[in-house]
Design a binder for this molecule. Structure first.
Ligand code: C5J
Length: 228
């Protein structure tokens, strides 16, 4: 077992049953001209997550540990988009409309794709999801079970929306989630702080929180021990 210093207490996991989950690191959320900006947000707030996620991703890839990416978005015919979601925000340019990076939050469009800095390698699963949670209307649970995954290292955006929804869904399905505070981002600093607190509060009611450095240090120490 690997022990990672975390709040509210050390997170214990086994490398063979742990996966990295990278949530919605799409142009539509982290680049100007995408859905995030059309909603009125300053997308530069999220960009500090990119480098630490890159470091964690590189570590998982080198160690041959499983990596899953997700993308929020909808089919071009909008058949998986509820009217309630389409109308939300009363946007003049909203989901499905033509925006600066193609149709907003639509599969196959430039804005919907994952940013080049974190682009999936061939063979890394990309879960397309129509909702905020990564388990809703996807086969993520089946894919994780097929690989024997029990623990998720959670990264991505946005902390209080898709990250939180996913952690809550995962928790209810018996997964143990370790959220990396520097690898998740919010457009709202106060939401970021509160959302992370909510995860680890009450004895880890939803999961654990640590940062990328502590995770990598613990995984590296375990690897060195195994190879001695
Ligand atoms: C949002 C997300 N905020 N990925 N999506 O609409 O958090």
């Amino acid at each position: 077992m690997i022990s990672i210093p975390a709040a509210p207490y050390d997170f214990e996991c086994a490398s063979e049953s742990t996966a990295l989950l990278i949530i919605d690191m799409q142009r539509d959320f982290v680049e100007p001209g995408g859905f995030g900006e059309l909603l009125g947000n300053d997308v530069s707030q999220l960009r500090s997550t990119i480098e630490p996620i890159q470091r964690v991703l590189e570590f998982f890839r080198i160690q041959n540990l499983p990596v899953f990416h997700t993308r929020e978005g909808h089919k071009p015919d909008l058949s998986d988009l509820y009217e309630s979601k389409r109308k939300r925000g009363n946007l003049s340019c909203g989901i499905g409309d033509a925006g600066p990076m193609g149709r907003v939050l639509i599969q196959g469009e430039r804005g919907h794709d994952i940013i080049p800095e974190l682009y999936p390698l061939p063979g890394e699963p990309v879960i397309d999801k129509p909702g905020k949670g990564s388990f809703y209307a996807t086969d993520l649970d089946d894919q994780l079970k097929a690989k024997g995954i029990r623990s998720l290292v959670v990264t991505g955006v946005t902390t209080e929306v898709c990250v939180h929804t996913t952690v809550r869904e995962a928790n209810d399905r018996g997964y143990e989630c370790l959220v990396l505070s520097d690898c998740v981002g919010s457009y709202f600093p106060d939401f970021q702080a509160a959302a992370l607190k909510m995860i680890a509060a009450q004895g880890g009611i939803l999961g654990w929180v640590t940062d990328s450095e502590k995770l990598i240090r613990a995984l590296q120490a375990n690897k060195d021990e195994v190879s001695i």
